[in-house]
Design a protein around this ligand. Structure first.
Ligand SMILES: Nc1ncnc2c1ncn2[C@@H]1O[C@H](COP(=O)(O)OP(=O)(O)OP(=O)(O)O)[C@@H](O)[C@H]1O
Ligand SMILES: [Mg+2]
Length: 287
């Protein structure tokens, strides 16, 4: 089920004079089953973009189509929300119910799932985010740790079984263990066929997980494509205030010092280690 942006422009009514629109003529297509990484400097329009994927915001001009349905079609809004789940930044602030079970069940119940279906969806979603259903179902979400709250909030969206899941900075504010767990959840959903759209400040996470990178700059689409291509445009990224993944950075540094690595530019530290080992193992004739 593709997601298409067609010349999407969005202006906040209250935008200060001199500021361009938050999204400016963005056109792109996200295919089924992709893992999309959305990057850009602060204020580049990432969250505004994310909110357009499920109709939480609709374009000032242009269209967003979810499987051909325009998000601006009021009658289809529920259908769009069913297909595209949106996890906002710091979603744990939206937890509200007295128990984890009720909180996670709110979305699916609203979509009209039967009691049995709701129970199944809730159990499945809680387990998918790595929590023990029997342990947490009747606990107040407010008694959980920060990382657990984040995962319960994500489970509330996952329980609606969206085909596309958009997550805005899902690892923000988590410790390394929490980041690892949240990335693991997204990877597992993707493995099961969900299209994942992840807004992130971490070039390393995007390089590792994404197969399609979208680069925003002042609301405009500055670049998009597979990570190897996008991250090879180092100067373009630097010009708009972004970095390349650490591994690519080290590879460039080594090349400047006269040590060219074999193969394509490494995107992850594992790729980098492998390339260095190969280079050293083969001695001077590595290329
Ligand atoms: N409620 C609002 N009212 C007016 N302008 C807004 C509002 N929200 C965002 N903007 C402006 O729209 C532009 C895009 O903001 P957006 O939050 O989408 O960027 P972002 O890339 O998500 O930033 P960050 O990395 O800080 O989360 C910015 O110029 C921002 O100041
Ligand atoms: Mg944002």
């Amino acid at each position: 089920m593709p997601l298409a942006f067609e010349h999407v422009t969005y202006s906040y009514g209250s935008q200060v004079d001199g500021m361009g629109p938050a999204l400016d003529d963005v056109s792109l297509t996200i295919a089924d089953g992709e893992f999309v990484g959305v990057i850009g400097h602060t204020g580049s329009g990432k969250s505004t973009f994310a909110e357009h994927t499920n109709g939480l915001k609709v374009p000032t001009s242009g269209r967003v189509l979810v499987d051909g349905i325009p998000t601006s079609d009021k009658k289809a809004r529920r259908e769009v929300r069913r297909r595209v789940g949106y996890v906002m930044q710091y979603p744990e602030y939206q937890l509200f119910a007295e128990t984890v079970r009720e909180d996670v069940g709110f979305g699916p119940r609203n979509l009209g799932q039967s009691d049995d279906e709701v129970d199944r969806s809730v159990r499945e979603a809680i387990e998918l985010v790595g929590l023990d259903y029997d342990e947490v179902a009747d606990v107040s979400p407010f008694d959980l740790s920060g990382g657990q709250k984040r995962r319960v909030a994500m489970a509330g969206i996952i329980a609606m079984r969206p085909h596309i899941l958009t997550v805005d900075e899902p690892m923000a504010g988590l410790d390394p263990q929490g980041r690892h767990e949240v990335l693991g959840i997204l990877r597992e959903l993707h493995r099961r066929g969900t299209t994942v759209i992840m807004v992130s400040h971490s070039m390393d996470d995007v390089a590792r997980e994404a197969d399609h990178v979208v680069v925003l700059d002042h609301g405009r689409l500055a670049d998009e494509g597979d990570p190897r291509t996008v991250f090879s445009h180092e100067e373009r990224l630097h010009r708009i205030g972004l970095d390349v993944p650490r591994a690519a950075h080290v590879a460039h540094d080594l090349a400047e010092r006269g040590m060219d690595l074999p193969g394509p530019c490494p995107l992850t530290l594992e790729d980098l280690a492998r390339a260095i080992a190969k280079r050293l193992g083969r001695g001077g004739d590595a290329r």
